[in-house]
Design a protein around this ligand. Structure first.
Ligand SMILES: Cc1cc2nc3c(=O)[nH]c(=O)nc-3n(C[C@H](O)[C@H](O)[C@H](O)COP(=O)(O)OP(=O)(O)OC[C@H]3O[C@@H](n4cnc5c(N)ncnc54)[C@H](O)[C@@H]3O)c2cc1C
Length: 325
């Protein structure tokens, strides 16, 4: 894993766009089979939506907060993370399910998984164009713009709207998606006074879809305490275009009945337009051939009704890769 500029000559058999858990699972299989591949991701570190942020001396998992047992592929990921000391079990975190969290922040798991793989971060693909029997990707790496020639397979694990936008010039004929494939999520990260830590369970959800408080300080013991407030999917959708001030004020009002206190100041927001697959795309992946290159689009918005979240992403990515074998 590195964020260094792509070295010339920039040509590869298989390119994977995205180093979230889905893209990294594909990379691990390609590495094991000895294939020539490269993963590029616009994010500064691997992990994608399994992301951790430091703010006001606190640490927050502001995307995927922890892994739960969603199926065999997620279980495999959890076992790997546990064996490497990256994940720890939190029992009955919501009264029903066990959860696995990373004491170093969930992004540490992404970094660990990417360690021995050919992954370039801080590398944003801005266009994909045909070039005599191959595809040429324009890749922005900070101030530098490079290009990467893909000769056999291109696998996009970016959220569907972003992936299809990149592919628009090549293949306009994708299946019709009637409903939005993702739900929005807004997360408010809140620094908490250590002298007034709100008591309660690690995860506390309001009974009427009024959002969820996660006591991040129960996971991390080496930083100042913080909690994250997750708006419900409906609240996130309704507030998505609201001003930052309105969202913060709403979050503080909603936190009070859950924790018994209104945290003062020090709030930062994270808005995810494409947070979770909405369960509207039932096929396992999209496929096409463009200028002789096999193209696949996969991720957690696929396999609706069969799996969701991390499991859907891992399953969709595995199916997409197997279809190329
Ligand atoms: C707030 C929140 C809560 C969640 N809660 C849960 C949960 O409780 N349980 C659960 O199972 N799942 C949950 N999820 C979903 C879960 O995080 C994802 O399903 C999982 O991380 C799989 O991600 P992925 O690899 O398919 O996609 P991602 O992690 O999104 O990876 C795609 C990658 O593509 C990269 N990319 C996009 N465009 C470009 C480009 N042009 N050039 C280069 N790179 C690009 C992005 O930077 C990103 O890293 C949650 C997500 C969020 C945001």
């Amino acid at each position: 894993m590195t964020a260094e500029p792509l070295p010339p000559p920039q040509s590869v058999e298989t390119c994977v766009i995205g180093s979230g858990f889905g893209g990294l699972s594909i990379a691990a299989s390609l590495e094991a089979s000895g294939a020539e591949y490269l993963v590029v991701d616009k994010g500064r570190t691997p992990g994608g939506r399994a992301a951790t942020r430091r703010f006001a001396d606190s640490r927050f998992d502001h995307g995927l907060p922890f892994l739960t047992d969603k199926g065999p592929l997620t279980r495999e990921l959890i076992s790997r993370g546990e064996a490497a000391g990256m994940l720890r079990q939190m029992e009955r975190f919501d009264g029903e399910n066990d959860a696995w969290y990373s004491p170093a922040g969930i992004s540490a798991l992404g970094k660990h998984l990417a360690m021995d793989l050919n992954v370039r971060n801080a590398a944003k693909v801005t266009s994909i164009e045909p070039e005599s029997g191959s595809l040429r990707l324009t890749v922005e790496q900070g101030e530098m713009t490079t290009s990467l020639r893909v000769v056999q397979n291109l696998i996009l694990t970016a959220p569907i709207p972003q992936a299809l936008e990149l592919l628009a010039a090549l293949t306009p004929d994708w299946p019709e998606i009637e409903e939005p494939p993702y739900r929005e999520a807004i997360v408010a990260m809140v620094r908490v006074d250590p002298a007034r830590l709100p008591e309660g369970p690690a995860v506390q959800t309001a009974p009427t879809g009024g959002g969820t408080v996660i006591r991040d300080y129960m996971k991390f013991d080496d930083v100042k305490p913080g909690i994250s407030f997750r708006f419900s999917p409906e609240q996130s959708r309704d507030l998505f275009e609201a001003s930052e001030g309105e969202i913060v004020a709403t979050a503080l009002d909603l936190i009070e009945p859950l924790t018994g206190f209104i945290p003062a100041g020090m709030v930062q927001l994270m808005k995810w337009r494409y947070a979770n697959g909405a369960g509207t795309v039932s096929q396992p992946y999209f496929e096409t051939v463009a200028d002789g290159v096999n193209v696949r689009v996969c991720g957690d918005a696929f396999l609706a009704g069969e799996a969701d979240g991390t499991e859907a992403s891992l399953l969709s990515c595995r199916s997409a890769l197997e279809s190329l074998a």
